[in-house]
Design a protein around this ligand. Structure first.
Ligand SMILES: Nc1nc2c(ncn2[C@@H]2O[C@H](COP(=O)(O)OP(=O)(O)O)[C@@H](O)[C@H]2O)c(=O)[nH]1
Ligand SMILES: [Mg+2]
Length: 179
């Protein structure tokens, strides 16, 4: 059975790009019924949920899901995240509200995965000291030290590093749960 990993984050954070960078198959996009007719009057709309797959050397297969980042599709998020190993949160740090999005997505996703594992990929970082300070402050305030990396979702090696970090963290989390 494939191991499910979920890419989360706001629109434009690089989810589709990251999945496409590492997927063995062309990225699949899905359509969903539009529940928010006040915003869009169409019956169906592209929610831009992505799906890709990656076979690992050990024979395991990863199923890579990218959530639709628009908040009015948040009703789908728990469904997509159910049974996942953990999630990879991508953030565009050139957006002034990126740290608000950090908090928002951590709260929205950590409870839905099978483990508490989550890693953070920060892209479009221009001031790495400033971003590191924000991350450290966040860890202190929330007593939550999640691994984070500066990365570019177009680079498969960067995305692979996030996946490896997620798997290691998920394994640790499962070991701790057993104790
Ligand atoms: N320069 C630069 N462009 C990026 C980076 N990450 C994503 N992009 C581009 O930003 C756009 C939005 O990314 P996309 O994957 O569609 O975001 P999504 O909404 O999270 O799926 C794409 O054209 C990407 O190529 C980055 O780190 N640097
Ligand atoms: Mg996308």
């Amino acid at each position: 059975m494939a191991i499910k990993v979920v890419f989360v984050g706001p629109m434009g954070a690089g989810k589709t790009t990251a999945i496409t960078a590492i997927s063995d198959i062309p990225t699949v996009k899905t359509e969903a019924k539009n529940h928010d007719k006040s915003v869009y009057s169409k019956a169906t709309t592209t929610v831009a949920m992505d799906y890709g797959e990656l076979s690992l050397e050990d024979g395991n297969k990863l199923a890579l899901y990218g959530i639709p980042g628009q908040r009015h599709f948040s009703f789908i998020w728990p469904i997509v995240a159910k049974g996942s190993l953990g999630s990879i949160l991508l953030l565009d740090c050139s957006q002034s509200n990126w740290s608000d999005e950090l908090e928002y997505y951590i709260n929205a996703f950590r409870s839905h995965a099978d483990t508490g594992a989550m890693v953070i990929g920060l892209n479009r970082v221009t001031d790495s000291d400033d971003v590191s300070d924000t991350m450290q402050q966040f860890s202190l305030n929330f007593e939550l030290a999640l691994p984070y990396f500066f990365m570019d979702p177009r680079e498969s090696s960067d995305v692979n590093l996030l996946l490896e970090a997620l798997i290691v963290n998920a394994e640790l989390d499962l070991l701790l749960q057993e104790e």
